[in-house]
Write a protein that binds this ligand. Sequence first.
Ligand SMILES: Nc1ncnc2c1ncn2[C@@H]1O[C@H](COP(=O)(O)OP(=O)(O)OP(=O)(O)O)[C@@H](O)[C@H]1O
Length: 123
Amino acid sequence: MDFFISRIHSFGHAFCGLGYVLRTQKNAYIHSLATILVICIALWLRIPASDFAILILTIGTVWTAEFINTSLEAVVDLASPEKHPLAKVGKDVGAAAVLIAAMSSVIIGLIILGPALLRKLGY
Ligand SMILES: Nc1ncnc2c1ncn2[C@@H]1O[C@H](COP(=O)(O)OP(=O)(O)OP(=O)(O)O)[C@@H](O)[C@H]1O
């Protein structure tokens, strides 16, 4: 029984982190908008399940990078409230991870949705 209670608490902590990112990170608004838009377009185009799975994996990668970056920012702020070159490296590299994930997702989105969208629009 203790096992299940501790797992429920663990989910609670994860949802707490989820709420924190959605409430505080401006990028989360952009990710949310992009996520809804891509899923709606994919459903509208009725793309194959395997393509849909790749899109979901890609979206998940961007969100994961954003969550790890936010976590990193909090830890850096805690460890180094003053300016420090290593704190800068920590935050800049975390931000770069989000950028790489976002750029890859745009390319994957174009590869998967682009041709299907053009066909649907009659080009
Ligand atoms: N303690 C610090 N020491 C040195 N440079 C820092 C420090 N804190 C922030 N910076 C620099 O300022 C930049 C912005 O940091 P900040 O904490 O404001 O992130 P942010 O703008 O909130 O990021 P995002 O908007 O993507 O969440 C960092 O990428 C880093 O270059």
